[in-house]
Design a protein around this ligand. Structure first.
Ligand code: SOE
Length: 385
């Protein structure tokens, strides 16, 4: 079955998704074969450039036109957060399946509206929490499900970056609340929350703290990926999001969690790392060494006990059998390839897919609870929202 894709956004995430559509069918043997039909963005020259590099058949400069096209089956939203809701609801009404980048929405209210729209349209929906599809994290899930670390006591997670530590780094959209929704919390913390829900379970209550260390920045003139240029005139604008957010959590199953998301950790580039401690053992993951999973089992003989490092590149490891011989490691871009493979299979086989908009809403509940706890300086129960 062919799945005609309309991708909205052509920059960092637009390229990551384009690359995934291009590569996926070359390695996996999917029942759902994505066709790179249309890529869409406001800047015609920019869209055309990405279209030419990755081989998209056509371009559009209006997402409204794109979602109405009869020849599109799947709308993929990689545009900034402030447009997710409008596009997703229109796409659902037009009967399209939807993949939407994270965080799902600007706030919980929007996220719930989006979930309602996709559920009443009966389309497939997925949120781009790509790290679930890092083989080491998928292996961690399997080990936990098999009871390898027993009852979980602790989830200890950090997501550390340093790309805005320079106070002269310009005021890009990720630093503006009306476009991004929030800062390090929604951009980085959202990944940790999703991983925690995936591996540990639902959140019960949270309490957080956050800070905006640099309150004004030069206005940006251009941005690609996570680098940007300030204008010649050193006009400044206000940073309206959090630079760093930390929070504590209690899970419904009794486990305790600690979370730290910051863009102010010099030397840490994309340090998405967690440790889970359970009654029978522990697991450690660090995205900067994403082909490895550290595992310690209390069942090991005492004299040989301790952490072992599993190189997650054997054919038995999740997603790996289609890739290279053991030890020939894979990278960040493969998480998107795996995500798109699973989504296309779910569409072709008409089977459920996760993380979906329900997971997006559950994540958004935690984001909102953390923000409320910061504003009111108290523990907030998820059931309050
Ligand atoms: C920027 O902070 C960013 O690209 C996030 O937006 C992604 O979701 C994360 O995976 C890596 O960092």
């Amino acid at each position: 079955m062919y799945i005609n894709v309309g991708l909205i956004g052509y920059k960092f995430m637009g390229k990551a998704h384009s690359h995934a559509y291009l590569d996926m069918p070359k390695f996996f043997k999917p029942k759902g074969i994505p066709v790179m039909k249309v890529i869409c963005g406001r800047d015609e020259a920019g869209v055309r450039e990405t279209a030419n590099i990755f081989g998209w058949q056509e371009i559009e400069t209006s997402w409204e036109r794109l979602v109405e096209r009869k020849d599109i089956d799947l709308i993929d939203i990689t545009a900034p957060t402030n447009v997710h809701k409008e596009i997703a609801i229109s796409a659902a009404k037009a009967g399209k399946h939807i993949l939407c980048e994270k965080p799902l929405a600007m706030n919980l209210k929007e996220a719930r509206e989006m979930l309602k729209a996709v559920e009443s349209a009966g389309v497939k929906h997925m949120v781009g929490f790509n790290y679930r599809r890092a083989p080491a994290i998928a292996l961690a899930k399997k080990l936990i499900q098999e009871g390898a670390i027993g009852k979980i006591y602790h989830f200890r997670a950090v997501y550390l970056q340093d790309w805005i530590v320079d106070p002269n780094f310009p005021l890009v959209w990720r630093l503006q609340k009306d476009i991004a929704g929030s800062g390090s919390l929604g951009d980085l913390g959202a990944h940790l929350i999703d991983i925690a829900r995936f591996l540990v379970g639902e959140f019960e209550e949270v309490i957080g703290m956050s800070e905006t260390f640099v309150k004004e920045r030069p206005l940006a003139v251009s941005m690609t990926g996570l680098s940007a240029k300030a204008g010649e005139v050193k006009e400044k604008g206000e940073v309206t999001v959090d630079d760093a957010t930390l929070f504590l959590a209690r899970f419904s199953n009794g486990a305790l969690g600690s979370f730290e998301a910051t863009r102010f950790a010099p030397g840490r580039k994309n340090y998405n790392s967690f440790e889970i401690n359970g009654s029978e053992g522990s697991i450690i993951f660090n995205l900067e060494r994403m082909n490895e999973l550290m595992f310690c089992s209390r069942k090991d003989p005492e004299e040989a006990s301790g952490f072992r490092t599993i190189l997650v590149t054997e054919p038995v490891h999740p997603y790996i059998s289609v890739w290279w011989p053991p030890g020939h490691i894979i990278g960040y871009e493969h998480t998107f390839i795996h995500e798109i493979y699973d989504l296309c299979e779910a569409i072709a086989n008409d089977t459920p897919i996760e993380p979906n908009f329900y997971d997006g809403v559950k994540c958004q509940e935690v984001l909102e609870a953390v923000e409320l706890s910061i504003r009111e300086r108290r523990w907030v129960k998820i059931s309050e929202l």
